[in-house]
Design a binder for this molecule. Structure first.
Ligand code: C5P
Length: 219
């Protein structure tokens, strides 16, 4: 099952709970982009860097060599737990900037597909239904208004102990949405056969419930 959608639409939390309810594996594809972004930031890349051809090859190399393991809440990059680091806004913004690269996207493609083993998979991202898993039995595009999403992101960041500011968050979110939607490679848009689900007025558990009912009708 694929759950795609814009930044902070709640797709991650929904996908995780749905995967647990169904006993399926879970892929948060944004983490892979964030891990490569973290490597770029640690290598000193400025966030206004214009990607050269060599930069794209470097990104693809980082992606190919990504030594990552998921252990509960931990995300181990070369055995270092970077679960918190990759959630920083600057990492999300850098992820969205490098995600325009076709070279990087194709370097991550097989790695993402490799998660589809065993009982089933719930994958969340931007292009899970449109590019990575075109034959998925159920594709959902999870929407919510920009204000609702900024508020959710704000609460998430505060709960994790980060500082946050609603005005900046809303601006970052709109910029990131525009960049994700307007890129030529795998732009953020619903797959042709995706169901659009707006969660602006739904709680997390209500959204999970709707998704599980949709899945039950599908199989
Ligand atoms: O979902 P998350 O906010 O963690 O993703 C960070 C960035 O990675 C997104 O803004 C998007 O540009 C990129 N991304 C992507 N394709 C995916 C998942 C994430 O382009 N499947």
């Amino acid at each position: 099952m694929c759950i795609d959608g814009p930044t902070a639409s709640g797709k991650g939390a929904v996908a995780k709970l749905v995967s647990e309810a169904l006993g399926f594996a879970y892929l948060d594809s944004g983490v892979l982009y964030r891990l490569v972004a973290l490597q770029a930031l640690r290598a000193g890349w400025a966030d206004d860097r214009l990607l050269s051809e060599n930069d794209e090859l470097q990104l693809a190399q980082w992606a190919a060599e990504l030594d990552v393991r998921f252990d509960g809440e931990q995300v181990l990059l070369n055995s270092e737990n970077v679960a918190l680091d990759i959630r920083e806004e600057r990492v999300g913004n850098m992820a969205s900037k490098i995600a325009v690269s076709a070279t990087l996207r194709s370097a991550l493609l097989e790695r993402q597909r490799a998660f589809a083993q065993g009982a089933g998979l719930v994958a969340d991202g931007r292009d899970m239904g449109s590019v990575v898993f075109p034959d998925a039995p159920l594709k959902i595009f999870l929407q919510a208004s920009a204000e609702v999403r900024a508020e959710r992101r704000y609460k998430q960041l505060i709960a994790k102990g980060f500082s946050a500011n609603m005005v900046d968050l809303l601006q970052d979110l709109n910029e990131r949405d525009a960049r994700d939607a307007n890129r030529t490679q795998a732009p953020l848009k619903p797959a042709q056969d995706a169901y659009i689900l707006d969660s602006s007025d739904l709680t997390l558990l209500e959204t999970v419930d709707v998704v599980l009912k949709m899945y039950a009708q599908q199989v």
